[in-house]
Each structure stands twice: as structure tokens, then as C-alpha cells.
Ligand binder design. Structure first.
Ligand code: UDP
Ligand code: MN
Length: 221
């Protein structure tokens, strides 16, 4: 049954919530047949929790995994990886039989319900590291045992992170869509400082901002 399956994303602060909201509305535009779930950490404000509840069926608070939780050499070298590991908590959603995780910096371009036809573990190859998968979008089966094993593996070996696919855009890297300035008159992002690197990217950035303007900002009223 599809009521026990869900799209899942993660936002550990109010900034990443903007990404989660656009992702959620981009999913809703294409009439998903599964629940929409967002994992948040205690840092997310009550205002954003209220806005998230207008888009997501379920908001689940998890604790933030950061480098201070796991004192290991791999993390001492790459402390920024800590927060990203909070996504491993998605394996604790055992009231769902299968889920599709999407990073908060992804944007859905069409209905992606077909992803649920795939088994655990499915992910797209990373463009930069083709023999690795990209952790921005993946299909998984919640399991407390897997959760424990993944946390163990991450603390022992560290982690790295990765890419993109045809139906989902992943804005990976340090400059996120919400870091650009947008001109509502022209309906496009302002090309200043960090200009979008390709026309494709500019089109996706404009779509992100269009959804933000039309489907997210009105939720604040
Ligand atoms: N994330 C978050 N807060 C942070 C950093 C990351 O909630 O401060 C979550 C969010 O869902 C994000 C994912 O972890 O999409 C992975 O991080 P990011 O997308 O920044 O990494 P990249 O895809 O650029 O490697
Ligand atoms: Mn990402």
C-alpha cells in the first residue's frame, strides 16, 4: 500500500527549511501518491515548523548529529560532514515500509512516484565520482538495524557526499538557490557575484525561485 510510503527530506535550520519548502511544493505540483515527511532538528524555529506543516504531512524532530557527537579522526578532518550525517536518522522512520530521501537542495521536475518501484538501496551515480552514488536522492527501507550499522560505519570510516538526475535537480555545492538574489519583475535570478554556470542551471534556479515566490511566500500570510 502507498500510505506506508513517503518522500523524506531534512532541514536542520530555518535556511534549509526554505529549500525543503520549495522541494515539498515542487513534489505537490506533480500530485505525489505518497506522504511528504520532513525531518527537523531542535534548531528549527516555531514559525518555520508552522509553515512546514502546511506543506508536509508529517514533521519529525530528530537530534542533530554533528562532529562533536562522534570523536573520530575522520570527523576531526572533515567537521562539516557532521550535519549531513543527520540524514541517517531517516532510517528510523519504521512506520513507513519504503521511502525516497531527497536533499533539501533538490527540485522535482515531474512526478517521481516510480522511484518507489525500486528496491533498497537505489541512488544515481555521482557525476564527479561515477563509481560512487549521489546521496542527494535515494530509495531506502527504514530499519533500526540498518540505522545502527550506518551510524557505526560513518563513525569508523567517515563519509563523503556527492550528484544529479533527469527528473530531480540537485543544487549541490556551497551556493544554494536561496543564496542568489531574485528579481520578481524579470522572473530571474540576478547574475551577480556567483553567476549560474550554465543556461540549464539558470533555468532550474529560476524555477526554484518561481516556486518560492508563488507557492512558499504566500504561506507566510
Ligand atoms: N542539511 C541541513 N542543514 C545543513 C546542511 C545540510 O539540513 O546545515 C541537509 C539538507 O537536507 C541538505 C543535505 O543535508 O540538502 C545535504 O547537504 P547539502 O545539500 O548542503 O550538501 P551537497 O548536496 O551540496 O553536498
Ligand atoms: Mn544537496
Amino acid at each position: 500500500s502507498v500510505t506506508d510510503q513517503a518522500f523524506v527530506t531534512l532541514a536542520t535550520n530555518d535556511i534549509y527549511c526554505q529549500g525543503a519548502l520549495v522541494l515539498g511544493q515542487s513534489l505537490r505540483r506533480h500530485r505525489p501518491t505518497r506522504k511528504l515527511v520532513v525531518l527537523i532538528t531542535p534548531q528549527v524555529s516555531s514559525l518555520l515548523r508552522a509553515i512546514l506543516s502546511k506543506v508536509f504531512d508529517e514533521i519529525i524532530e530528530v537530534n542533530l548529529i554533528d562532529s562533536a557527537d562522534y570523536i573520530h579522526l575522520a570527523f576531526l578532518k572533515r567537521p562539516e560532514l557532521g550535519v549531513t550525517l543527520t540524514k541517517l536518522h531517516c532510517w528510523t522512520l519504521t512506520h513507513y515500509s519504503k521511502c525516497v530521501f531527497l536533499d533539501a537542495d533538490t527540485l522535482v521536475l515531474s512526478n517521481v512516484d516510480e522511484l518507489f518501484d525500486r528496491g533498497e538501496f537505489s541512488a544515481a551515480p555521482d557525476p564527479g565520482w561515477p563509481d560512487c552514488f549521489n546521496s542527494g536522492v535515494f530509495v531506502f527501507q527504514p530499519s533500526l538495524r540498518t540505522h545502527k550499522l550506518l551510524l557505526q560505519h560513518a563513525t569508523e570510516h567517515g563519509s563523503f557526499d556527492f550528484g544529479s538526475s533527469a527528473k530531480v535537480v540537485h543544487f549541490l555545492g556551497s551556493t544554494k538557490p536561496w543564496n542568489y538574489k531574485y528579481n520578481p519583475q524579470s522572473g530571474s535570478v540576478l547574475e551577480q557575484g556567483s553567476a549560474p554556470s550554465s543556461q540549464h542551471q539558470a533555468a532550474f534556479l529560476n524555477l526554484w525561485w518561481t516556486i518560492y515566490q508563488n507557492n512558499v511566500l504566500p504561506l507566510y500570510q
